[in-house]
Design a protein around this ligand. Structure first.
Ligand code: GLC
Ligand code: CA
Length: 483
């Protein structure tokens, strides 16, 4: 079903780190609202808010203790209503994060509705399933003495989507937010919703999984601990409750296995691109494979993985922006990427349990040491506001921020599925309708055998005359209009 999200630019906000409004060092909803003029200026179609719900923060909000309450440190339901109204007035849609495969262990359901969870009895775990962040996926509940399943941290017991009453309860959550005016959902860890009913072991394999996994998980064929064939009923419940609102799925599986999810969801993230090396052939292969599945939401960074400048190198960050924003499909831009932020230091344990805070440092609005993020002590230090900030880059035509803004504007004119074109080694070139896009992934210039008028370049001088033809500078990218 085609809709506004099909080619939308969605800006991911990690609420803790975007903008603090009350000096407690933690970002919040009024802070987000105060930055809507910026997002409107940037030109994004929608924002995705990582979880804002009540949570004991064992996994920073991905452990939900009340699905229909806003965490007090982020604000109130009234703040969310105000944010929705303001965003909608600016033509910006708002997606919430729907955490469906587990709750917090402190969710009242865990005590009041044990039938909503997955249990086993006996002295040992019933199988060899491993949690995403390592260690067994089973822990003992001290109160009942039983073992409960948790695909992530022990504080995140897995829900049982085979239970029709659980399905109805979660459908109610979706309807609650829809009625409040939320425009759609990014759905968390969808591949963990339904597991093997017989709880069979994941078999041992020598085939590598094409996406990075915790070391404890490598060597296992992850076929029973997730992605059970009966997933359709669970997905159908969400689809029906969401109505027309888009559902974008986080399905952390190889491309072939995401296809069934697209029967009910509007798009799934293309994680093979995020994890590809910055190399024309590898990028092209990941793109072609992902597209073969269907509707892909492109993403090159998010709150879980190293940022682009860290993973693909600062010198490639601009060309990577061109790639993300010129592929057909929706594009998810993680906050801070538009000013070229790199990862910062990891957070302190026990809060940063999996070293994921490196990519969650506060947004850098101003060039002062506090980055304009908070008047108080930020929950995680700023990385380098003196080096990069929105204030410094906004009126600077050659900044990466200006590049993002120009790309978002130019992409509205680009239409049609990408078709790969012949290009010299190291250059990824494709055509979309009358537009030609060329990305030099190499550290040396390359001849560019494509004719066309220059519409956008990742950096001034990306396209240079070369004898009778032209060449593309090292690490640079261009968008051309075919003559
Ligand atoms: C998803 C989220 C991640 C979270 C996990 C468990 O992968 O993106 O941040 O830890 O699900 O909810
Ligand atoms: Ca705050």
């Amino acid at each position: 079903m085609p809709g506004w999200w099909d080619s939308a630019v969605v800006y991911e906000i990690y609420p803790r780190s975007f903008q603090d409004s009350n000096g407690d060092g933690v970002g919040d909803l009024p802070g987000i609202a105060s930055r809507l003029p910026y997002l409107e200026w940037l030109g994004v179609d929608a924002v995705w808010l990582a979880p804002i719900y009540a949570s004991p923060l064992a996994d920073f909000g991905y452990d939900v203790s009340d699905h229909t309450a806003v965490a007090p440190e982020y604000g109130t339901l009234a703040d969310l209503d105000a944010l929705l109204e303001d965003a909608h007035g600016r033509g910006i849609r708002v997606l919430l994060d729907l955490v469906v495969s587990h709750t917090s262990i402190e969710h009242p359901w865990f005590r009041d509705r044990p039938d909503f969870y997955v249990w086993a009895d006996g002295p040992e775990p019933p199988n060899n399933w491993i949690a995403s962040f390592g260690g067994p996926a089973w822990s003992r509940d001290p109160r009942s003495g039983r073992l409960y399943l948790h695909s992530f941290y022990p504080e995140q017991p897995d829900l049982d989507w085979r239970n029709p009453e659980l399905r109805e309860a979660m459908a109610g959550v979706v309807r609650f937010w829809r009625e409040r005016g939320v425009d759609g959902f990014r759905v968390d860890a969808v591949d963990r919703m339904v597991k093997d009913l017989a709880l069979r072991d994941d078999p041992v394999t020598s085939e590598p999984f094409p996406l990075p996994l915790h070391a404890d998980l490598t060597g296992l064929d992850l076929i029973h601990s997730r992605d059970a064939p009966e997933i359709g009923v669970a997905l159908g419940t969400l689809r029906e409750a969401a109505g027309e609102a888009p559902l974008i799925g986080e399905v952390y599986l190889p491309v072939e296995r995401v296809i069934p999810y697209l029967d009910s969801f509007d798009a799934v993230f293309g994680f093979e691109l995020l994890h590809a090396e910055w190399d024309a052939e590898q990028l092209a292969a990941a793109i072609v494979r992902s597209q073969s599945a269907g509707a892909i939401a492109w993403v090159t960074s998010n709150h879980d993985f190293p940022r682009v400048a860290t993973r693909w190198g600062e010198r490639n960050a601009r060309a990577a922006a061109v790639l993300l924003l010129t592929l057909g499909g929706s594009a998810f831009v993680y906050m801070g990427e538009e000013i070229g932020m790199a990862d910062g230091p990891g957070g302190d344990p026990p809060l940063d349990r999996f070293d994921r805070d490196r990519c969650r440092h506060p947004m850098q609005w101003e060039s002062e040491p506090d980055g304009g993020f908070s008047t108080g002590e930020p929950w995680l230090p700023l990385v380098d506001p003196e080096v990069r900030s929105v204030a410094d880059q906004r009126d600077e035509p050659d900044s990466i921020l200006s590049l993002f803004r120009n790309l978002i504007a130019v992409r509205r004119e680009i239409d049609g599925q990408p078709e790969r074109l012949d290009a010299p080694a190291g250059v990824l070139a494709f055509r979309r309708g009358e537009h030609l896009i060329a990305i030099n992934t190499a550290d040396r210039p390359a001849p560019l055998p494509l004719a066309g008028e220059l519409l956008l370049e990742s950096v001034a001088g990306a396209l240079q005359p070369d004898g009778d033809g032209r060449r593309l500078a090292a690490n640079a990218a261009v968008v051309l209009r075919a003559g």
